[in-house]
Design a protein around this ligand. Structure first.
Ligand code: FEC
Length: 316
């Protein structure tokens, strides 16, 4: 009989409906309800995005199903039956629900992975801490993948997307070297720098690896989606970067949001609506690479990372 191993697939989470936005936002704000104005502003952003109101939910469901299939078809650990559980940071099923369900199903050993390639104390580590606390309570032995930002298949998947859009620029009359590639990721409060957080460096490593693979020489990095709080966030912000590029006479920009893996609000609103509006105002041609969603190369990345982690930790 095969040994059962649980895989906790963790992701940010999204509301289930427009009515659910308040509870979701309150959870993100650590229990502090948003003001009516803040709530309305967020609801308006969800209503404005193309591709369904909450595409992240469907995308995450699909990613989790695809990963389970890929893991069970992978010959590297054929003696194991992998069972994937979803654990969301800010929505149901929460991280703790996923761990509890594993314990109910009799799972004794598990591995956790976040659907975000780069490690930060404020992002990936916070998922891990919550999962570990629940696992200790439920007596499930856990190990965690912390990052996979340089996995060759991840770099290949992003590179193919960059090349595909550079070809579209060419069709529109702009040579590859005339296009500035702007790698981006979710900003975090600047205080992470004092803690020596590897997040900014890992993002630059991914950017460099993609630039090298695609032969792109004209690139830079910008932060996006900074929170609406009074503390300083990592910059330069992507909108300010677009304005500066326009001053440098850059007319063609390709955004590659490498800190994200799915179509969701931060991409479909912050880039496809907000950044596009700024580009239009600047008379700039702005395109974005397609998101990975359930790309088989991304599934291979996750699959390999999970199996490597299990082997390294001697859990199987
Ligand atoms: O499509 C959706 O419904 C959800 C899109 C979504 C993703 C996402 C990913 C990350 N966030 C990260 C950090 C922060 C920090 C704060 C923060 C706030 C928000 C708000 C919304 C939101 N985030 Fe998010 N994030 C998404 C959505 N995020 C909505 C609240 C309103 C706003 O500020 O826009 C500030 C609050 C706090 O201190 O927690 C910090 C990071 C990621 C990428 C890694 C990951 O996926 O975990 C980092 C997707």
């Amino acid at each position: 009989m095969k040994t059962k191993v649980g895989v906790l697939v963790m992701s940010y989470g999204t509301p289930e409906s427009i009515e659910g936005i308040e509870a979701y936002y309150t959870h993100i704000r650590r229990g502090h309800a948003p003001s009516p104005e803040q709530l309305e502003e967020l609801a308006d952003r969800y209503k404005a995005i193309v591709g369904g109101v909450f595409p992240l939910r469907e995308n995450t469901n699909h990613q989790v199903d695809s990963l389970q299939k890929a893991l069970n078809e992978n010959p590297r650990l054929s003696e194991v039956e992998f069972v994937c559980y979803q654990g969301l940071k800010h929505a149901s099923p929460f991280i703790e629900d996923g761990v509890e369900q594993m314990a109910k199903d009799g799972i004794k050993k598990a591995v956790g992975i976040v659907l975000a390639p780069h490690y930060s104390t404020m992002s990936v580590e916070s998922y891990i801490k919550r999962a570990q606390a629940k696992a200790d309570e439920q007596c499930v032995e856990f190990t965690f993948v912390k990052s996979y930002h340089l996995h060759p298949q991840l770099i290949e998947a992003f590179s193919r997307r960059v090349n595909a859009k550079l070809d579209l620029f060419k069709e529109a009359g702009a040579e590859r070297d005339d296009v500035r590639v702007l790698f981006s990721a979710h900003s975090l409060p600047e205080k992470i720098l004092e803690l020596g957080d590897p997040y900014p460096e890992q993002l630059l490593e991914t950017s460099r690896a993609i630039a090298e693979k695609t032969g792109v020489t004209s690139w830079q990095f910008a932060w996006q989606s900074a929170g609406r709080t009074s503390v300083p966030w990592l910059g330069p912000d992507i909108l300010e970067t677009l304005r500066n590029l326009s001053k440098e006479q850059v007319e063609n920009v390709l955004v590659a949001p490498i800190g994200f893996v799915s179509d969701h609000l931060e991409v479909l609103y912050d880039l496809d609506i907000e950044a596009q509006e700024v580009a239009k105002e600047l008379d700039m041609r702005l395109m974005r690479i397609d998101m990975l969603n359930s790309d088989p190369l991304y599934m291979e990345t996750l699959c390999d990372s999970v199996i490597d982690q299990l082997k390294q930790s001697n859990l199987v």
